[in-house]
Design a protein around this ligand. Structure first.
Ligand code: HEC
Ligand code: HEC
Ligand code: HEC
Ligand code: HEC
Length: 460
């Protein structure tokens, strides 16, 4: 079914619901929220406007519904890998989930591995209910969770089950005594795989009302099945940018609930929940205290090159240096009335300090010089001269050039604009490359501008 038909269906469905129920007919609502595949994203980096996400704002989305009338599910994959920084993230995310009021979290096998590595596995059950389709010989996590709601005398039940392997899928019928659509119940399956064959096989069991499958590439949860299919098949979404929302509408005791799906973008104008803002600060502090940035693996530079810092370039390139440093207000068509004729590259580290992320290597990598390389940025104390986006980000490590008094050209790893100005970190860049480029002009020869539109100097 096309998106357009799905839209039409939803409209029709809404109109039907708008008709008041016959006397004695209740139309109670239970709302099911679901998220998944956070992959370590707790809040947007703030590099660019219009970014979605944030656990602190997710709280406000959930709290549009009374806790007695909602079920909150996460489908798992909290962090992408088991590095030390991701173990810290895992710890913070599970604490956040507890504060967010999650009823049940589906732990993938990797989530379990990471929870164990972080020493958190035994405590998770105190924060929320866990289910899993992963192997758990040593801890016996259940694969099913049930929550009961009582609404004006109607008892309604929501069951959430996780499955992944053929074997688990074939045993699904054993977990339920009655078929789908049985009195006032909604049966939800979190399927840890999304192949069409498995989805079709599970659908044909006629047990489930809702299947949540992993997202392929879309950040937003999307309807995979027809809008009126049973089960409804929906992808989980990714990176915490959206919250999936299912309204289960009950017409009365013993009736099969109708499900209505929407996805809620977690936008920047949704209020933040202060305790979760504080929790992110705990994260920043833990990353700092663990010295994660000092432990980053670092590539060896070719030809014994070393980073020296922008101030050494000033010795001979005073003009370029002053241009790089100075901010001027001018009007540039296409970038607003009063844009600054400055890349702000020379202040890029201060932007991190302002938000408390100056010890987070995931941020510093684009806001300082050469963090991924030996002799590159380590910390404000050890390498103060390598803060900010400096000359050597774009021109390469300058030691040989400096030693030879300019006779040997700069070389080595050179970043191009789009290495840092990515779609996520610099939403405006792609459509305004010319304006961005004009803002950073710090060289004398006008021919340079013509020579390179989007400079790619790494071939040098
Ligand atoms: C001791 C003086 C001196 C210092 C210090 C110096 N340069 Fe140069 N640089 C030169 C000279 C001389 C040239 C070649 C003449 C010209 O084009 O101005 C040059 C040319 C360049 C060029 C154009 C040719 C090329 O190598 O691609 C770049 C880019 C450059 N320098 C960047 C830097 C950077 C970055 C630093 C700091 C790490 C730096 N320079 C430090 C003297 C210096
Ligand atoms: C891939 C490179 C990259 C990474 C990683 C990155 N940034 Fe940025 N950041 C940028 C770029 C590029 C800009 C400028 C964007 C623009 O103006 O188009 C920027 C701008 C910013 C700004 C200034 C926004 C403003 O309007 O003044 C802040 C604050 C910031 N980043 C914080 C962070 C934090 C916090 C992290 C880590 C969570 C981070 N950045 C990670 C590239 C990056
Ligand atoms: C954001 C990337 C970036 C930063 C930061 C940067 N440059 Fe450049 N630089 C360029 C680009 C792009 C050009 C012009 C196009 C070209 O030659 O590739 C250029 C040109 C130059 C040139 C003239 C080279 C020539 O062949 O004509 C010099 C010299 C130079 N930069 C020095 C510096 C110095 C010194 C700093 C630090 C104070 C600096 N640059 C910071 C990107 C950068
Ligand atoms: C090493 C990463 C990096 C590279 C490479 C880089 N930038 Fe940036 N750029 C940043 C960061 C970080 C900021 C934001 C600084 C801040 O706001 O404090 C930024 C900001 C800017 C801004 C200011 C945007 C605004 O809204 O005013 C412009 C313009 C810009 N960069 C142009 C360029 C161009 C052109 C290139 C390539 C020649 C380039 N940058 C290469 C990281 C980078």
């Amino acid at each position: 079914m096309t998106g357009k038909t799905a839209f039409i269906f939803l409209l029709t469905a809404t109109m039907v619901f708008a008709v008041p129920g016959a006397p004695g007919q209740a139309r109670e609502l239970v709302t099911i929220f679901f998220t998944g595949n956070e992959l370590g994203e707790m809040q947007p980096c703030g590099c660019s406007g219009g970014q979605l996400g944030g656990l602190d704002r997710r709280y406000t989305v959930f709290n549009t519904i009374n806790p007695q009338n909602r079920l909150i599910i996460d489908t798992g994959s909290l962090v992408p890998e088991s590095t030390e920084q991701n173990l810290i993230k895992f710890n913070i995310i599970v604490q956040a989930f507890a504060r967010l009021g999650y009823d049940v979290v589906n732990l993938t096998e990797q989530d379990i591995l990471i929870a164990r590595q972080a020493g958190l596995l035994d405590g998770l059950g105190l924060l929320f209910n866990c289910i899993t389709a992963g192997k758990t010989e040593d801890m016996k996590l259940p694969e099913k969770y049930t929550k009961k709601f009582t609404l004006n005398g109607i008892v309604f039940e929501a069951a959430v089950v996780a499955a992944e392997t053929e074997d688990q899928i074939s045993r699904l019928p054993d977990l339920f005594s009655s078929p789908a659509g049985s009195p006032s119940a909604v049966k939800i399956l979190i399927l840890n795989r999304a192949d069409a064959k498995t989805v079709a096989a599970v659908s044909e069991m006629h047990i489930f009302d809702l299947l949540i499958v992993p997202s392929q590439a879309e950040d937003e949860p999307i309807l995979v099945s027809d809008a009126n299919a049973s089960p409804l098949v929906i992808s989980s979404g990714r990176l915490g940018k959206y919250v999936g929302k299912i309204q289960a509408i009950l017409d009365g005791a013993g009736q099969k609930p109708r499900l209505k799906f929407t996805s809620v973008p977690v936008t920047g104008n949704i209020p933040q929940h202060q305790p979760l803002v504080e929790l992110y600060k705990d994260y920043q502090r833990l990353v700092k205290d663990a010295g994660i940035i000092e432990k980053q693996p670092r590539f060896i530079l070719p030809g014994n090159l070393e980073y020296v810092g922008s101030k050494y370039c000033k010795l001979c390139h005073d003009y370029e240096y002053e241009k790089w440093m100075t901010s001027k207000q001018v009007s540039i068509p296409g970038l607003g009335k009063q844009a600054s004729l400055d890349s702000r590259h020379a202040d890029a580290f201060a932007a991190l300090e302002k938000v408390g992320s100056e010890y987070d290597p995931e941020c510093v990598v684009c806001h300082a010089v050469g963090m991924q390389y030996q002799t590159g940025y380590i910390s404000p104390a050890k390498t103060p001269e390598l803060k900010d986006v400096g000359c050597e980000n774009c021109h390469g490590p300058g030691s040989e050039h400096l030693r030879s008094l300019g006779a040997i050209e700069t070389s080595g790893p050179m970043s191009t604009c789009s290495d840092c100005h990515t779609a996520e970190q610099s939403g405006e860049y792609a459509a305004n490359q010319k304006q961005y480029f004009e803002k950073i002009i710090h060289w004398r020869e006008p021919v340079s501008i013509v020579r390179v539109a989007e400079p790619n100097r790494s071939s040098k």
